[in-house]
Design a protein. Structure first.
Length: 149
């Protein structure tokens, strides 16, 4: 799809993108490291540091950030770590359940960062003609042995 004018946007945080990413991907993270110094910002930073992690927060103007990097309405493929899904069925044991089984925990699919990013962008004018997500995300990209940088 990249050869057809689509831009691959990796929405993972900078560190994950820098470590390894899909070839040709542009990094526009949906989440960023906590930037404030309010009491609750510091509590969050301290709590996450106790797990040897950095606290993150959602980019409050993600659509604006994307708009300042890419042209409005540009064809975008969003990629996160897992890809998410809008499907509510699991395909387990096809020998026993050929049509899959309904998962009550997935009434709205499997939530992911790329689906959240897609929602933000659709609210600001992108649509299903110029916005898609990579099903299975970066994990599936790697598994299929697609090019990495």
């Amino acid at each position: 799809m990249q050869s057809q004018g689509w831009t691959l946007v990796d929405v993972r945080i900078d560190g994950d993108y820098d470590a390894l990413h899909a070839a040709g991907a542009v990094n526009i993270p949906l989440f960023r490291f906590v930037q404030g110094n309010s009491f609750w910002d510091n509590v969050k930073k301290f709590a996450m540091a106790s797990f040897a992690m950095k606290a993150t927060e959602r980019d409050p103007d993600y659509a604006g950030t994307v708009g300042s990097t890419l042209k409005k309405g540009q064809k975008i493929m969003l990629m996160c770590a897992i890809g998410g899904t809008l499907g509510t069925r699991l395909m387990l044991r096809p020998d026993k359940y050929p049509k899959g089984i309904d998962d009550p925990d997935r009434n709205f699919g499997r939530e992911s960062r790329c689906l959240k990013a897609a929602y933000e962008l659709m609210q600001s004018g992108w649509n299903n003609g110029n916005l898609v997500f990579v099903e299975g995300g970066f994990q599936q990209w790697k598994y299929q042995d697609l090019p990495l940088e």
